[in-house]
Design a protein around this ligand. Sequence first.
Ligand code: KG4
Ligand code: ZN
Length: 360
Amino acid sequence: MTELFQYQKSAENKTAVLQQNGSAVILAIETSCDETAAAVVRNGRDVLSSAVHTQIPLHVPYGGVVPEIASRNHVEMITPVVRKALSDAGLSLNQVDAVAVTCGPGLVGALLVGLNYAKGLAYAAGLPLIGVNHIAGHIAANYISHPDLVPPFVCLVASGGHSHIVSVNGYDAFSLIGRTRDDAAGEAFDKVARILHLPYPGGPNLEKLARSGNPEAFHFHSAFNEGEGFDFSFSGIKTAVINLVHTLEQKGESYRPEDLAASFQHTVVSILTEKAVRAAEKQAVFSRPVLALAGGVSANTALRESLKQHCAEKNIMFYCPEFRYCTDNAAMIGSCAYYQLMSGRISPLTLNANPNLPIV
Ligand code: KG4
Ligand code: ZN
């Protein structure tokens, strides 16, 4: 038997024992974009530690994430971040039961840093390896914050790279209800923020500016989003904002950037709310509908409040993660990994990073 084969057999045996006991402490690693994160999570819901090193200051001078800088910084930070997660949890590597890692979607160079590190740890410690989809991880952030939340439910996932309405049929079973046809919601926030000369990361800075603006000052219509379908499109709205700014500047007319920010945010929030609420209602025919929110844009207070209000009006149960689990972190990866482990879905050491890994 080769050593790799031995490792695989032992990982499978350990997984079977963990499945039988229904219990596992998982060390999780996340390096898909510009956060180096590690966490220790017990039984999918109990976060023993969550360490996040953000690279934001490194990317600010460039106005966005520079993939090469991201990869290099992950290499530098992965060991201290993993050590911190273990020491904050008061555990050593031989006291954890499995190693989980984001294997996609994301920046390939960034993903590979976490993936290879996790493989090395899993192999050295003889632990099962669990490759986790980043989007599924974002959805699982809700399990940490809400012990009562169990599938099935509908989840609106809005991040920098993805915007989906997902039917969460089981912890490990998803189907797609709708998706963006072009830009992700977070991407549109970031691009409009750039036009308004706001620093990276655009989304949170645009939200701050929008607080003192009038959301009714400008109207951005989008025929596509007014349709009955569940797909959405943000590219047209983004272009409309850009064109408006250029026109106003060329005419020498002054405008309040806070009004533009508030009007843009209001438009995006209205579209996401209308589609997600309708999807939740449609999906739950025999029971009370449940809607969850996930992904970096779930940190947006206007979106959280809008969904909360519309769900209350329609008697839909609404969940969103605590702020610290909205943007990229490893606790959500550890939560998701637990349910994969419990269904025996572990990964071989040949697992590769997939920058375009789909959720279904
Ligand atoms: O999930 P995430 O941390 O990384 C990806 O998986 O993409 O999401 C980052 C995205 C960025 O586009 C960022 O601008 C956006 O989430 N975002 C926000 C807010 N906080 C983060 N967008 C609007 N309002 C916010 N408060
Ligand atoms: Zn993310």
